[in-house]
Design a protein around this ligand. Structure first.
Ligand code: HEM
Ligand code: HEM
Length: 200
């Protein structure tokens, strides 16, 4: 596979604006914690005394989930107020040519250079944002219906939990694909690490 310009060279400008880097840090770390905590947590509706590690992990899932929801709210406010960012993630009115171009390149085993441009990768990032926002929204509503003081879970909670769980495998698929593409870019020594540089 063809290599791009190497991810080295101090002094050059970061590809992503600071806001994009902080948002990515909050959302990527938050959703990754949510995915892994969900593997071992055991919510105990009747005896929420957090006596075991797995029960404590559920409390962690709830609070990290609420924090991630705030980062996502920030992301959507940015999308709503910036035409450039809206166009990057959701090129609804086109142009679609760059997206099809990237698809064609991909089919020939070539990757586009990274960066916050409106192309195939950005469209997939936009769909990923919609997906994790569904998790954050349903999770946040769940939070308000958690049983208090040992009462059994009510009908609303019983309805919300399947809605929250419905798309969790898609979030895993997104995460695996996204980290997979990150690793391929890293192997090609692309300027991919810029998105993690919060300070400069
Ligand atoms: C499921 C959790 C994650 C979500 C929802 C997510 C979401 C996103 C979004 C929305 C972007 C576009 C940012 C922008 O251009 O403003 C992005 C880019 C990126 N993410 Fe993530 N991310 C996640 C996890 C990760 C992880 C774990 C890594 C690395 C180990 C990572 C590495 C990257 C990189 C390198 C880019 C830049 C890609 C490009 O140039 O097109 N992300 N991610
Ligand atoms: C970005 C935010 C969130 C993400 C990505 C997320 C992700 C997940 C995932 C992947 C699962 C496992 C689903 C399955 O087993 O198929 C899960 C389960 C669950 N989550 Fe979340 N979650 C988030 C926020 C929240 C919040 C804020 C709450 C509030 C308390 C919450 C409560 C729950 C509950 C009750 C379950 C079901 C546990 C069970 O029945 O074992 N989540 N979540």
């Amino acid at each position: 596979m063809k290599r791009n310009s190497p991810d080295s060279g101090a002094g050059r400008e970061n590809l992503w604006p600071p806001e994009a880097r902080w948002l990515h840090a909050g959302i990527a770390v938050g959703v990754t914690i949510q995915l892994f905590s969900s593997l071992w947590m055991t919510p105990d509706w009747q005896h929420a005394d957090y006596a075991s590690f797995t029960q404590l992990l559920f409390s962690f899932h709830a609070w990290v989930g609420l924090t991630t929801a705030l980062f996502l709210l920030w992301q959507w406010l940015w999308i709503a107020t910036s035409a450039r960012v809206r166009q990057q993630f959701f090129p609804l009115t086109g142009p679609w040519q760059p997206v099809f171009n990237d698809l064609r390149l991909l089919l020939h085993g070539k990757l586009q250079s990274p960066g916050p441009a409106s192309r195939l990768a950005a469209l997939i990032h936009g769909l990923g944002l919609l997906l994790v926002s569904w998790m954050a929204l349903t999770g946040t509503i769940i939070f308000f219906f958690l049983p208090q003081g040992g009462t059994p879970p009510g009908a609303v909670l019983q309805t919300l939990i399947p809605l929250h769980k419905a798309l969790s495998n898609l979030v895993w698929a997104y995460w695996i694909g996204h980290v997979g593409m990150f690793s391929v870019h890293l192997l090609r020594r692309d300027r991919i690490l810029d998105i993690f540089r919060l300070g400069s």
